[in-house]
Design a protein around this ligand. Structure first.
Ligand SMILES: *[C@@H]1O[C@H](CO)[C@@H](O)[C@H](O)[C@H]1NC(C)=O
Ligand SMILES: *[C@@H]1O[C@H](CO)[C@@H](O)[C@H](O)[C@H]1NC(C)=O
Ligand SMILES: CC(=O)N[C@H]1CO[C@H](CO)[C@@H](O)[C@@H]1O
Length: 225
């Protein structure tokens, strides 16, 4: 009798473990990423593909943004309202400050639970960078996004706290799952002001000023009183 109970328990555990493992294994998520646009205003295009057997799992794409990049909360609020996107911005974004005064923060993109293929177009902007000696272009690295899943069971050992849903600032426990990244890491180029221009401008202004003075003095001194 006791042995039977134990056997049943073991069988139950094994079955549960097996079905857990199988849904997690079949998450089979892949992400394609492209960056559109040039200069200060860009757009991330993501295409997320998943196995439809994993529809019970909620997915979010988490992107950590470096200080050189910002997402405009007003623009995102509009897109959220229109139903084009479902994005939660974690942090206060100051759209005015240059890169060296800005802080990093994260955005969470909620993925529809009933589609095998979902695409997202997320507009973002590059901040002005401090002028440097030679001018030219500054480099900005776009981090690789993480994909977090909340399935009826655990899907990875790495647990991460993230917002439960877009309307809710409460934190839930999500699993950081591995995915197939069908893209390379990107480095964005941003035009940077040229410090060399400043001395030149000052010297020219000074010389013009001196020339003006000398001319005035010479006119005054040669004019008979
Ligand atoms: C999707 O899940 C089903 C059922 O678990 C599995 O048979 C199938 O191979 C999976 N598809 C992919 C592309 O992984
Ligand atoms: C998820 O795991 C990847 C790979 O180990 C790691 O690079 C990334 O930072 C993790 N993301 C989070 C939100 O913990
Ligand atoms: C959507 C997705 O990631 N599909 C992949 C599932 O896994 C198979 C085999 O590993 C890949 O060939 C698919 O591209």
């Amino acid at each position: 009798m006791q042995i039977q109970t134990v056997t049943t328990l073991i069988w139950f555990c094994v079955t549960v473990q097996y079905s857990w493992a199988s849904i997690c294994k079949n998450l089979n998520v892949s992400l394609t990423q492209k960056i559109d646009g040039e200069g200060f205003h860009r757009e991330i295009n993501w295409l997320l593909e998943r196995n439809k057997t994993t529809f019970p799992c909620k997915l979010i794409i988490k992107l950590d943004l470096s200080p050189e990049i910002f997402i405009n909360p007003d623009q995102i609020a509009d897109l959220n309202r229109l139903g084009d996107l479902s994005i939660f911005i974690d942090g206060d974004v100051d759209v005015e400050v240059p890169a060296h005064l800005a802080e990093k923060y994260s955005v969470y993109v909620f993925v529809s639970q009933i589609e095998e293929k979902v695409s997202f177009n997320v507009p973002f902007h590059l901040r002005y960078q401090r002028a440097q000696i030679s001018g030219g272009f500054g480099k900005v690295l776009l981090n690789k996004p993480s994909i977090l899943a909340k399935c009826p069971q655990k899907c990875s050992k790495t647990e991460v706290a993230a917002p439960c849903d877009i309307a809710n600032k409460n934190q839930c426990v999500w699993n950081n799952v591995s995915y197939q990244a069908l893209f390379d890491e990107v480095e964005l180029l941003v035009p940077v002001g040229d410090l060399d221009d400043y001395p030149l401008v000052s010297v020219v202004t000074l010389l013009l000023g001196c020339a003006g003075c000398i001319y005035t003095l010479s006119v005054l001194s040669t004019t008979p009183l």
